[in-house]
Design a protein around this ligand. Structure first.
Ligand code: SF4
Ligand code: ZN
Length: 321
């Protein structure tokens, strides 16, 4: 099959949802345009921004860093070493190798050095690993961005991630989570930096194809802490629908965003009230504009000490037992 754009080279990537198939060069053009449109649609980034890209060593975040650099953004990588034996070391190697290939030096936060490696912190606090991980990651996204003068934090969530999350939120009618689901979470003015998801229009397959064709080497194994396969079930359900009806995933998520925009003009402040990811996702200081500062670290917090400092305290106490 020939590429549908240049009609010369052989097609390398088949995209049924776009009724297209592209050769590598034309696929890069397509992918780039999708990301640019995703950024433009919600004014996620401006050329003046200093962007902190959260890189995990996986394909999505490295592809995000790659394309933002190619688009000319001032983008630096932040790698949070979760302290998960083996997996974190291998992920870190991928991040360092990619950064070197682009002449970059990522900012590294090592949770073992910070005293809160995820497996240990989850055990001591008697919480799920992913809940603890969410709290810690959000804390360092904000802290590093604020202390180093970044105007925005970007994460590599793609269309599959966001549509699966939407389906899960709808299935359980998590209205508060639905109200906060968006590719843009504005800054709150009291220390919580703006957060964006520039890959929201591109699928996991498209991101993987881009990474592969660009020669980006990423970690392919799943995090060993991802016991909770719920999001994978929603992804599978949507993949089935996508296979039978190409374009379903995009229409589902875009339709949700459009309905939010429409309703935003009718009833501001209820379902559509933008705010940060809620306490269920880890951390009351992220629940929509913190009122005060943590007495220990100075981070925005509703309570006297922030969720991170309370966690750190629990881990410390557990260690002294
Ligand atoms: Fe963190 Fe859980 Fe994701 Fe692992 S699976 S990186 S512990 S949120
Ligand atoms: Zn604190």
């Amino acid at each position: 099959m020939k590429c549908k754009r240049c009609r010369k080279a052989a097609a390398a990537v088949d995209l049924p949802s776009h009724h297209s198939a592209f050769c590598p060069e034309c696929f890069f053009v397509f992918f780039r345009r999708q990301v640019e449109e995703g950024i433009r649609k919600f004014s996620l980034l401006s050329p003046r921004d200093r962007v902190l890209v959260c890189v995990s060593g996986g394909k999505d975040s490295l592809v995000l860093w790659d394309i933002l650099l190619d688009l000319g953004y001032d983008a630096e990588g932040l790698y949070i070493d979760l302290g998960i034996e083996g997996y974190s070391d291998r992920s870190r190697e991928k991040v360092m190798a990619y950064a070197k290939s682009r002449g970059k030096e990522p900012i590294v936060v090592d949770l073992r050095r910070e005293g809160v490696p995820i497996p240990e912190a989850a055990k001591r606090s008697r919480k799920e690993e992913c809940a603890v991980c969410g709290t810690v990651k959000r804390y360092f996204f904000n802290r590093v961005a604020a202390s180093r003068g970044f105007s925005v934090v970007a994460t590599g969530h793609n269309l599959d991630d966001e549509s699966a999350r939407l389906l899960g939120n709808l299935m359980h009618w998590h209205r508060d989570h639905l109200a906060r689901q968006h590719p843009l979470l504005p800054e709150t003015g009291d220390g919580l930096v703006r957060k964006v998801k520039p890959l929201w229009r591109v699928s996991e397959m498209e991101t993987a194809a881009y990474g592969f064709l660009k020669g980006i080497d990423y970690v392919t194994e799943e995090c060993p802490m991802s016991f909770d396969a719920t999001s994978l079930v929603y992804k599978e359900a949507l993949s089935l629908l996508e296979e039978k009806m190409p374009g379903t995933r995009f229409n589902f998520y875009q339709g949700f965003l459009q309905s939010r925009e429409g309703r935003g003009t009718e009833s501001k402040g209820t379902f559509l009230n933008f705010s940060e990811e809620g306490p269920a996702a880890g951390g009351e200081e992220e629940s929509g504009g913190a009122q005060a500062k943590c007495a220990l670290c100075g981070a925005p917090s509703y309570t006297e000490t922030c969720a991170f400092c309370r966690l750190k305290e629990k881990v410390g106490k557990g260690g002294r037992r």
